[in-house]
Design a protein around this ligand. Structure first.
Ligand SMILES: [Zn+2]
Length: 393
């Protein structure tokens, strides 16, 4: 009896070891492409350098990208609506230039790419293939020549809006909160010209953050596949910037791809309620630092660091990210979903997905849900590369 129990536990051990090896092997052989990481702007604002080990300070740095098996990374170029005329375009360029400077100092680890052959070469040489993506149409400051300039600098996509609307496109936040008080809704005639120009240049149209009207105007204007660089499914978590079923189906018909955002607040419909309760439990402390003129998100980060167990408990379970993925696959097919983590742009990723080193856990979870190796490779990067190729070639 004792011997058979020992045999059984040995068998169990062997099976977990071989399973463990196989998910790691599959992860290493797949091309992992993440379409949204905010570490560039976060590091700039905090005075950090991603060439250093930033464990405990950020979700990402160069060494950890490598450890997580990241092959292709789109770095978000971002400034908020406080940057307007004469400052947003300039600031975007400073960020883009800083990415080139970092890549220039690390030619053995990174390669800036703008064609499929450059991208493939970088992966073959075991370097991270890097591209900038501009998160918010406000950064082109209403000038098509600025869009051309972004393209010349290798920007692979532009998100038509961030949370702020532009003069030519309305955001999800504004379409839902301002409604009839908006001067226009969706894309204006100039907004449609922006989409057409992006198609001509070979820059991907990104519909994350945009309002529903802008989405439909963009999808009816574009002649090339689009992406949602960091969005989830509205049916599972009804926040305005997640994708509704008819939008997901339209993106599949367009041969586009929805790249899943890892933010607990876009995955878990209970998250906002739980976060409010957490903040309420520590209201007195939050009020005490408000006098220091901290922004709300800075207070949230500070409280999360002070009460890590409580903050951890309200993170979405990893299974919910997989639920969003399954949902899109059932609705639109396995060719239309991928990963756009939003690491370093979010304060609360799902449990276990602590930073960019944890991507292999997604591969493991996909295997456990019964996805084939071929489909896992599509989800991890193949789908995005298909859309990229259709745009840039
Ligand atoms: Zn975003």
């Amino acid at each position: 009896m004792k011997r058979s129990a020992a045999c059984l536990s040995l068998l169990f051990l062997l099976s977990t070891v071989s399973f463990g090896q196989s998910y790691e092997k599959l992860h290493a052989s797949a091309i992992l492409a993440d379409t949204h990481n905010d570490v560039l702007s976060t590091a700039t604002m905090k005075g950090l350098n991603i060439e250093n080990d930033l464990t405990g300070k950020t979700h990402s740095d160069l060494a950890r990208f490598k450890k997580g098996g990241v092959d292709v990374q789109v770095f978000s170029i971002f400034c908020d609506e406080r940057f307007g005329k004469d400052t947003a375009f300039k600031f975007a360029n400073i960020e883009i230039d800083s990415l080139y400077a970092i890549a220039g100092r690390n030619p053995d680890k990174m390669a800036m790419v703008r064609t499929m052959s450059q991208l493939k070469r970088a992966i073959k040489q075991k370097k991270i293939a890097c591209m900038p993506g501009v998160e918010g149409g406000h950064m082109m400051e209403d000038k098509l020549e600025n869009l051309d300039s972004f393209h010349k600098k290798g920007v692979c996509y532009m998100t038509l809006t961030w949370n702020n609307s532009t003069s030519w496109a309305t955001s999800a936040a504004d379409e839902t909160s301002k409604k009839d008080s908006l001067p226009h809704k969706g894309l204006t005639a100039f907004g449609k010209q922006v989409v057409q120009r992006m198609n001509e240049l070979g820059m991907i149209v990104d519909v994350s953050h945009v309002g529903e009207q802008t989405f439909w105007d963009a999808i009816h204007t574009t002649t090339k596949p689009v992406i949602a660089s960091h969005s989830c499914a509205y049916s599972l978590c009804p926040v305005p910037r997640n994708m509704k079923d008819d939008q997901i189906k339209a993106m599949a018909a367009n041969n586009g791809v929805i790249q899943l955002n890892f933010y607990s607040g876009f995955l878990d419909s209970n998250y906002i309620k739980n976060r409010k309760a957490f903040a309420a439990r520590h209201q007195a402390e939050a009020d005490s630092v408000k006098q220091l003129k901290w922004a709300n998100y800075e207070i949230d980060e500070w409280l999360a660091k002070k009460y890590p167990t409580e903050a951890d408990n309200i993170r979405a379970p990893l299974s919910l990210l997989l639920d969003h993925l399954d949902y899109i696959v059932k609705l639109a097919g396995v060719d239309h979903v991928g990963l756009g983590s939003d690491f370093d742009g979010i304060e609360s990723p799902p449990q276990q997905l602590n930073d960019v080193t944890t991507y292999p856990l997604i591969t493991k979870a996909l295997m456990e849900r019964g996805y084939s190796n071929k489909d896992i490779k599509k989800i991890l990067g193949g789908n995005f590369l298909r859309v990229l190729k259709a745009n840039i070639n």
